[in-house]
Design a protein around this ligand. Structure first.
Ligand SMILES: Nc1ncnc2c1ncn2[C@@H]1O[C@H](COP(=O)(O)OP(=O)(O)OP(=O)(O)O)[C@@H](O)[C@H]1O
Length: 319
Protein backbone atom coordinates (compact mmCIF):
# COMPACT_ATOMS: atom_id res chain seq x y z
CA UNK A 1 0.00 0.00 0.00
CA UNK A 2 1.44 3.38 -0.94
CA UNK A 3 0.94 6.50 1.14
CA UNK A 4 -0.32 9.51 -0.76
CA UNK A 5 0.84 13.05 -0.14
CA UNK A 6 -2.64 13.87 1.22
CA UNK A 7 -2.32 11.00 3.72
CA UNK A 8 1.01 12.36 4.95
CA UNK A 9 -0.40 15.89 5.22
CA UNK A 10 -3.45 14.63 7.11
CA UNK A 11 -1.24 12.71 9.55
CA UNK A 12 1.04 15.69 10.08
CA UNK A 13 -1.95 17.95 10.80
CA UNK A 14 -3.43 15.42 13.24
CA UNK A 15 -0.06 15.24 15.00
CA UNK A 16 0.21 19.03 15.21
CA UNK A 17 -3.31 19.42 16.58
CA UNK A 18 -2.84 16.84 19.31
CA UNK A 19 -2.73 18.45 22.75
CA UNK A 20 0.80 18.71 24.19
CA UNK A 21 1.99 15.88 26.47
CA UNK A 22 0.54 16.34 29.96
CA UNK A 23 -1.31 19.54 28.99
CA UNK A 24 -4.02 18.91 31.60
CA UNK A 25 -1.73 17.54 34.35
CA UNK A 26 -0.69 19.56 37.40
CA UNK A 27 2.76 17.94 37.36
CA UNK A 28 4.24 16.91 34.03
CA UNK A 29 7.75 15.46 33.80
CA UNK A 30 8.77 14.70 30.25
CA UNK A 31 11.94 12.66 29.60
CA UNK A 32 13.60 14.16 32.65
CA UNK A 33 17.35 13.63 32.92
CA UNK A 34 19.63 14.49 35.86
CA UNK A 35 23.30 13.72 35.64
CA UNK A 36 25.59 14.29 38.63
CA UNK A 37 29.33 14.55 38.07
CA UNK A 38 31.59 13.93 41.04
CA UNK A 39 35.37 13.68 40.61
CA UNK A 40 34.91 13.15 36.89
CA UNK A 41 32.50 10.24 37.38
CA UNK A 42 29.00 10.65 35.98
CA UNK A 43 25.92 9.26 37.70
CA UNK A 44 22.67 9.31 35.73
CA UNK A 45 20.19 9.68 38.59
CA UNK A 46 17.24 10.26 36.23
CA UNK A 47 17.35 8.69 32.79
CA UNK A 48 14.36 10.06 30.88
CA UNK A 49 11.67 9.93 33.53
CA UNK A 50 8.04 10.56 32.51
CA UNK A 51 5.43 11.29 35.16
CA UNK A 52 2.00 12.91 35.09
CA UNK A 53 0.07 13.83 38.23
CA UNK A 54 -3.43 15.26 37.99
CA UNK A 55 -4.78 18.00 40.21
CA UNK A 56 -6.25 16.71 43.47
CA UNK A 57 -4.37 13.39 43.41
CA UNK A 58 -2.81 11.76 46.46
CA UNK A 59 -0.17 9.40 45.11
CA UNK A 60 2.94 7.54 46.23
CA UNK A 61 6.35 7.03 44.61
CA UNK A 62 8.24 3.88 45.54
CA UNK A 63 11.56 2.42 44.44
CA UNK A 64 14.80 0.84 45.62
CA UNK A 65 17.50 2.93 47.23
CA UNK A 66 19.34 4.93 44.57
CA UNK A 67 16.53 4.68 42.00
CA UNK A 68 16.21 8.48 41.78
CA UNK A 69 13.24 9.32 44.03
CA UNK A 70 14.93 12.05 46.06
CA UNK A 71 16.51 13.51 42.92
CA UNK A 72 13.02 13.83 41.41
CA UNK A 73 11.59 15.33 44.61
CA UNK A 74 14.38 17.92 44.80
CA UNK A 75 13.65 18.95 41.21
CA UNK A 76 9.90 19.20 41.86
CA UNK A 77 10.64 21.17 45.03
CA UNK A 78 12.61 23.71 42.97
CA UNK A 79 15.83 22.94 44.88
CA UNK A 80 17.62 21.31 41.94
CA UNK A 81 17.51 21.75 38.16
CA UNK A 82 17.32 18.85 35.68
CA UNK A 83 20.10 18.37 33.13
CA UNK A 84 17.61 17.80 30.28
CA UNK A 85 13.96 17.11 29.56
CA UNK A 86 10.97 19.17 30.64
CA UNK A 87 9.18 19.61 33.94
CA UNK A 88 6.13 21.73 34.58
CA UNK A 89 4.30 22.16 37.89
CA UNK A 90 1.12 24.25 38.13
CA UNK A 91 2.02 26.01 34.89
CA UNK A 92 5.61 26.83 35.93
CA UNK A 93 8.46 25.64 33.74
CA UNK A 94 11.05 24.30 36.20
CA UNK A 95 13.93 24.59 33.72
CA UNK A 96 13.25 28.21 32.79
CA UNK A 97 12.84 29.86 36.21
CA UNK A 98 15.36 32.51 37.28
CA UNK A 99 16.43 32.80 40.94
CA UNK A 100 13.55 35.14 41.83
CA UNK A 101 10.90 32.97 40.15
CA UNK A 102 12.39 29.90 41.87
CA UNK A 103 12.06 31.57 45.27
CA UNK A 104 8.43 32.49 44.55
CA UNK A 105 7.79 28.94 43.35
CA UNK A 106 9.18 27.43 46.56
CA UNK A 107 7.18 29.87 48.69
CA UNK A 108 3.80 29.75 46.95
CA UNK A 109 3.46 26.72 44.65
CA UNK A 110 5.02 23.80 46.55
CA UNK A 111 5.19 22.79 50.18
CA UNK A 112 7.52 20.03 51.42
CA UNK A 113 7.81 17.68 54.34
CA UNK A 114 11.14 15.87 54.78
CA UNK A 115 11.93 12.63 56.57
CA UNK A 116 14.18 14.26 59.17
CA UNK A 117 11.72 15.87 61.54
CA UNK A 118 14.43 18.36 62.57
CA UNK A 119 14.68 19.67 58.97
CA UNK A 120 11.01 20.68 58.91
CA UNK A 121 10.70 22.97 61.94
CA UNK A 122 12.74 25.78 63.48
CA UNK A 123 13.69 24.63 67.01
CA UNK A 124 13.38 28.02 68.72
CA UNK A 125 9.82 28.74 67.46
CA UNK A 126 6.58 27.30 68.83
CA UNK A 127 4.34 25.17 66.60
CA UNK A 128 2.04 28.08 65.74
CA UNK A 129 5.01 30.41 65.08
CA UNK A 130 6.50 27.79 62.75
CA UNK A 131 3.22 27.65 60.79
CA UNK A 132 2.90 31.45 60.70
CA UNK A 133 6.48 32.01 59.44
CA UNK A 134 5.99 31.09 55.76
CA UNK A 135 2.87 33.29 55.72
CA UNK A 136 4.89 36.30 56.91
CA UNK A 137 7.32 35.79 54.05
CA UNK A 138 4.51 35.11 51.60
CA UNK A 139 0.97 36.46 51.47
CA UNK A 140 -0.11 40.04 52.11
CA UNK A 141 -3.15 39.01 54.16
CA UNK A 142 -3.86 40.92 57.40
CA UNK A 143 -1.98 39.56 60.44
CA UNK A 144 -5.19 38.45 62.15
CA UNK A 145 -6.21 36.32 59.14
CA UNK A 146 -2.79 34.65 59.11
CA UNK A 147 -3.00 33.83 62.82
CA UNK A 148 -6.48 32.36 62.32
CA UNK A 149 -5.26 30.28 59.41
CA UNK A 150 -2.27 28.95 61.41
CA UNK A 151 -4.63 27.87 64.20
CA UNK A 152 -7.12 26.28 61.83
CA UNK A 153 -4.35 24.26 60.14
CA UNK A 154 -3.13 22.97 63.51
CA UNK A 155 -6.74 22.03 64.38
CA UNK A 156 -7.28 20.34 61.01
CA UNK A 157 -4.18 18.19 61.54
CA UNK A 158 -5.15 17.38 65.12
CA UNK A 159 -2.23 19.18 66.79
CA UNK A 160 -4.02 22.23 68.21
CA UNK A 161 -2.85 21.11 71.68
CA UNK A 162 0.78 21.57 70.53
CA UNK A 163 0.22 25.22 69.55
CA UNK A 164 2.55 26.85 72.08
CA UNK A 165 5.17 24.11 72.37
CA UNK A 166 8.60 24.07 70.74
CA UNK A 167 9.60 21.10 68.53
CA UNK A 168 11.63 19.36 71.29
CA UNK A 169 8.45 19.29 73.42
CA UNK A 170 6.58 17.33 70.71
CA UNK A 171 6.58 13.64 69.80
CA UNK A 172 7.95 12.63 66.38
CA UNK A 173 4.41 12.18 65.04
CA UNK A 174 3.28 15.57 66.36
CA UNK A 175 6.36 17.20 64.81
CA UNK A 176 5.49 15.73 61.40
CA UNK A 177 1.84 16.85 61.66
CA UNK A 178 2.99 20.37 62.55
CA UNK A 179 5.43 20.11 59.61
CA UNK A 180 2.49 19.32 57.31
CA UNK A 181 0.70 22.42 58.65
CA UNK A 182 3.84 24.50 57.90
CA UNK A 183 4.01 23.07 54.38
CA UNK A 184 0.34 23.99 53.83
CA UNK A 185 0.67 27.51 55.27
CA UNK A 186 0.74 29.33 51.93
CA UNK A 187 -1.92 27.05 50.35
CA UNK A 188 0.46 25.39 47.88
CA UNK A 189 -0.86 23.62 44.79
CA UNK A 190 1.40 20.65 45.53
CA UNK A 191 2.62 19.07 48.75
CA UNK A 192 5.76 16.95 48.39
CA UNK A 193 6.81 14.56 51.13
CA UNK A 194 10.06 12.55 51.09
CA UNK A 195 9.80 9.53 53.42
CA UNK A 196 7.66 11.45 55.93
CA UNK A 197 7.04 8.35 58.05
CA UNK A 198 10.62 7.05 57.79
CA UNK A 199 11.63 7.89 61.36
CA UNK A 200 8.34 6.82 62.96
CA UNK A 201 6.84 3.54 64.20
CA UNK A 202 4.02 2.08 62.11
CA UNK A 203 1.10 3.29 64.30
CA UNK A 204 2.45 6.86 64.23
CA UNK A 205 3.14 6.48 60.50
CA UNK A 206 -0.57 5.71 60.01
CA UNK A 207 -1.53 8.92 61.82
CA UNK A 208 0.77 10.91 59.56
CA UNK A 209 -0.72 9.31 56.49
CA UNK A 210 -4.21 10.14 57.83
CA UNK A 211 -3.05 13.78 58.15
CA UNK A 212 -2.00 13.79 54.46
CA UNK A 213 -5.36 12.31 53.50
CA UNK A 214 -7.15 15.02 55.48
CA UNK A 215 -5.11 17.73 53.72
CA UNK A 216 -5.93 16.15 50.36
CA UNK A 217 -9.65 15.72 51.04
CA UNK A 218 -10.37 18.91 53.00
CA UNK A 219 -8.10 21.36 51.18
CA UNK A 220 -7.88 19.65 47.78
CA UNK A 221 -4.07 19.80 47.84
CA UNK A 222 -2.31 17.51 45.35
CA UNK A 223 0.10 15.31 47.31
CA UNK A 224 3.11 13.25 46.20
CA UNK A 225 4.67 11.03 48.87
CA UNK A 226 7.95 9.13 48.45
CA UNK A 227 7.81 6.12 50.72
CA UNK A 228 9.34 2.77 51.61
CA UNK A 229 6.37 2.21 53.87
CA UNK A 230 4.24 -0.54 52.32
CA UNK A 231 1.22 0.50 54.43
CA UNK A 232 1.31 4.02 52.95
CA UNK A 233 1.97 2.76 49.42
CA UNK A 234 -1.03 0.41 49.53
CA UNK A 235 -3.45 3.03 50.91
CA UNK A 236 -3.24 5.47 48.01
CA UNK A 237 -5.15 5.13 44.75
CA UNK A 238 -1.98 5.24 42.63
CA UNK A 239 1.54 4.04 43.38
CA UNK A 240 4.24 4.68 40.79
CA UNK A 241 7.46 2.67 40.97
CA UNK A 242 10.76 4.22 39.89
CA UNK A 243 13.55 1.97 38.65
CA UNK A 244 16.95 3.12 37.41
CA UNK A 245 15.84 6.72 37.06
CA UNK A 246 12.63 5.98 35.14
CA UNK A 247 9.04 5.32 36.05
CA UNK A 248 8.59 1.58 35.51
CA UNK A 249 5.27 0.29 36.82
CA UNK A 250 2.15 1.74 38.30
CA UNK A 251 -0.48 0.20 40.58
CA UNK A 252 -4.01 1.61 40.50
CA UNK A 253 -6.57 0.80 43.19
CA UNK A 254 -10.29 1.45 43.06
CA UNK A 255 -13.29 0.37 45.07
CA UNK A 256 -15.80 -1.74 43.22
CA UNK A 257 -19.32 -2.32 44.49
CA UNK A 258 -20.78 -5.78 43.87
CA UNK A 259 -24.02 -5.31 41.90
CA UNK A 260 -25.90 -8.08 43.76
CA UNK A 261 -24.54 -8.00 47.33
CA UNK A 262 -23.69 -4.28 47.44
CA UNK A 263 -20.40 -5.18 49.11
CA UNK A 264 -17.37 -3.02 48.44
CA UNK A 265 -14.11 -4.61 47.33
CA UNK A 266 -10.75 -3.07 46.55
CA UNK A 267 -9.61 -3.86 43.02
CA UNK A 268 -5.88 -3.56 42.36
CA UNK A 269 -4.29 -3.58 38.93
CA UNK A 270 -0.65 -3.31 37.92
CA UNK A 271 0.40 -1.43 34.79
CA UNK A 272 3.74 -1.04 33.03
CA UNK A 273 4.63 2.46 31.85
CA UNK A 274 4.97 2.95 28.12
CA UNK A 275 7.26 5.88 27.49
CA UNK A 276 6.89 8.26 24.60
CA UNK A 277 9.42 6.35 22.54
CA UNK A 278 7.31 3.18 23.01
CA UNK A 279 9.73 1.65 25.57
CA UNK A 280 8.28 -0.64 28.20
CA UNK A 281 9.95 -1.79 31.42
CA UNK A 282 8.71 -5.20 32.43
CA UNK A 283 8.61 -5.89 36.18
CA UNK A 284 11.78 -7.78 37.19
CA UNK A 285 9.77 -10.49 38.95
CA UNK A 286 7.86 -11.22 35.71
CA UNK A 287 10.96 -11.47 33.52
CA UNK A 288 12.79 -13.56 36.15
CA UNK A 289 9.84 -15.96 36.46
CA UNK A 290 9.96 -16.71 32.70
CA UNK A 291 13.75 -16.44 32.28
CA UNK A 292 13.40 -13.51 29.92
CA UNK A 293 16.73 -11.91 29.12
CA UNK A 294 18.11 -9.62 26.41
CA UNK A 295 15.38 -10.37 23.88
CA UNK A 296 11.71 -11.42 23.90
CA UNK A 297 9.40 -12.51 21.10
CA UNK A 298 6.45 -10.23 20.32
CA UNK A 299 3.17 -10.93 18.53
CA UNK A 300 0.49 -8.37 17.74
CA UNK A 301 -3.05 -9.62 18.38
CA UNK A 302 -6.28 -7.71 17.60
CA UNK A 303 -6.60 -6.38 21.17
CA UNK A 304 -3.27 -7.11 22.89
CA UNK A 305 0.43 -7.75 22.41
CA UNK A 306 1.94 -11.09 23.44
CA UNK A 307 5.42 -11.23 24.92
CA UNK A 308 7.11 -14.64 24.98
CA UNK A 309 10.51 -15.85 26.14
CA UNK A 310 12.96 -16.06 23.26
CA UNK A 311 13.13 -19.88 23.37
CA UNK A 312 12.09 -20.48 19.76
CA UNK A 313 14.54 -17.84 18.58
CA UNK A 314 17.93 -18.64 20.06
CA UNK A 315 20.33 -15.73 20.42
CA UNK A 316 22.54 -14.96 17.46
CA UNK A 317 26.08 -16.10 18.20
CA UNK A 318 28.12 -13.11 19.26
CA UNK A 319 31.13 -12.43 17.01
N1 LIG B 1 24.38 15.32 44.74
C1 LIG B 1 24.71 14.17 44.19
N2 LIG B 1 25.93 13.97 43.66
C2 LIG B 1 26.27 12.80 43.07
N3 LIG B 1 25.44 11.75 42.95
C3 LIG B 1 24.20 11.87 43.47
C4 LIG B 1 23.77 13.08 44.12
N4 LIG B 1 22.48 12.90 44.54
C5 LIG B 1 22.14 11.66 44.18
N5 LIG B 1 23.15 11.03 43.54
C6 LIG B 1 23.13 9.67 42.97
O1 LIG B 1 22.00 9.57 42.14
C7 LIG B 1 21.35 8.30 42.28
C8 LIG B 1 19.90 8.50 42.74
O2 LIG B 1 19.90 9.00 44.07
P1 LIG B 1 18.58 9.38 44.87
O3 LIG B 1 19.01 9.99 46.17
O4 LIG B 1 17.70 10.18 44.01
O5 LIG B 1 17.93 7.94 45.12
P2 LIG B 1 16.70 7.52 46.04
O6 LIG B 1 15.81 6.67 45.19
O7 LIG B 1 16.09 8.72 46.66
O8 LIG B 1 17.41 6.62 47.15
P3 LIG B 1 17.06 6.45 48.73
O9 LIG B 1 15.79 5.65 48.77
O10 LIG B 1 18.24 5.69 49.24
O11 LIG B 1 16.91 7.83 49.31
C9 LIG B 1 22.21 7.53 43.28
O12 LIG B 1 23.09 6.71 42.53
C10 LIG B 1 22.96 8.60 44.02
O13 LIG B 1 24.20 8.12 44.49
Amino acid sequence: MTTSLEDLERRATAHRDRPAYGHDALIACDRLVRVFTTDGVEVQALQGLDLLVTEGELMALVGASGSGKSTLMNILAGLDVPTAGAARVAGRDLLAMDAKARLGYRRDVVGFVWQQTARNLLPYLTAVQNVALPMQLGSREPKRKKAERADSLLTLLDVAHCRDRRPHQLSGGEQQRVAIAVALANSPSVLLADEPTGELDSATGEQIFAAFRTANEELGTTIVIVTHDQAVASEVRRTVAIRDGRTSTEVLRRTQVDATTGEEALVTREYAMLDRAGRLQLPAEYTRALNMEHRVALALKPDHIQIHPDTQHPQEPTP
